[in-house]
Ligand binder design. Sequence first.
Ligand code: ARG
Length: 462
Amino acid sequence: MSQLWGGRFAESTDAFVQEFTTSIGFDQRLARYDIQGSVAHARMLAKIGVITDQDRDDIERGLALIASEIEAGSFAWSVALEDVHMNIEARLTELVGDAGKRLHTGRSRNDQVATDIRLYLRDAIAVCTAELERLLRGIATLAGAHTDVVMPGFTHLQTAQPVSFGHHLLAWFEMLMRDAERLDDCAKRVNVMPLGAAALAGTSYPIDRAYTAELLGFDRPAANSLDAVSDRDFAIEFCASAALCMMHLSRIAEELVNWASTQWQFVDLPDRFCTGSSIMPQKKNPDVPELVRGKSGRVYGALMSLLTLMKSQPLAYNKDNQEDKEPLFDTIDTLLGSLRAFADMIPNIQPRADVMREAASKGFATATDLADYLVRKGVAFRDAHEIVGSAVGYAVSQGVDLADLELATLQGFGAMIEADVFDILTLDGALASRDHYGATAPNQVAMAAKTALERVERRCAR
Ligand code: ARG
């Protein structure tokens, strides 16, 4: 009987059941954190006198050796040993003898695995956050360099009003900054230590959980042992934050795909982020944004998996929870890869100012400005809206833009219109007039881009 828990069993596990119940194929990823948790646990056991200092030193020496075997790829993972925890413990006993058998005193795999995942996720959040900050910095810098590039702003994907390209980029910045803040918040609830909950009820040894928590850098030990071993809400919360972030990345991706198309040509994507077609020689496909857009699906799927996994579990630990790992790991990999791709690519997109300006000059983007002009001449806004609507209708019928109409023609719609109307019908005039906090005037966008960069730098300096 090779199982560490084999004592009460009269026959060996069915071969298929062994395959079916093992998690070693995917929980190996936790090895580093499993070792980190075991070192802290052993130090705590020695501190309270449950194991000797000699045992502790043997355990630490053995675990260090195991870490280097895993690092070197020479560690022999065994399906029969079920999971990462028992693989490491069995090897430890092989290496250091009885001290290895004492490591699991006052501990269960239930608090062990919950601790490992939290340690793992804490690091993963830090790595994702660093990539997100790199992306935020890139976006804010690009925005600051293009405050007075005019593009059409859209509602319903119809030309609405001219906006600064930098202003559009800073909308992305705000979306992603909220995602960074959500990850910060999630990290607070991740950083609580289950260790000491043991199987479900705590342990009869006089353990010092505050000491273990301190060794592992947790903010505090979890307050309830049943809750500590069973809930995976912290992983669900991370996946929810990741899903929101992927949703934002997907919206950005969609815009980049549109902008880079032959029909729009608002931006050029660097060749190194695109691929060609095996049949159509002219193609330059925006694969990176398309993939990011597509990958949002699997992250939403992982969130659904985890919510469903959790929802019917009675207290406390159930083997269902072994299924938490693959969706969580896939979410981390997908989010990290998507953030990295965008952090590399987005600072290098080349806006085509002339094309965007040309596009903004079509579609009556300054019609609202004409209505506001009439209001300043004493017309009530609703009447002004009506007058401009008629003028636009006429221009459409003539196939021209508002600014192309003669003054006399415009005056036919509103007698109060004067020659100065042509100043406000320009794109730059329309842009410059929206000159308040949060709006698109280039001087406001310049200030906003500067503030945005400062916000990133302040985060990074924490
Ligand atoms: N491999 C298990 C998991 O991922 C470890 C905990 C197993 N605990 C148990 N009582 N069977 O959740």
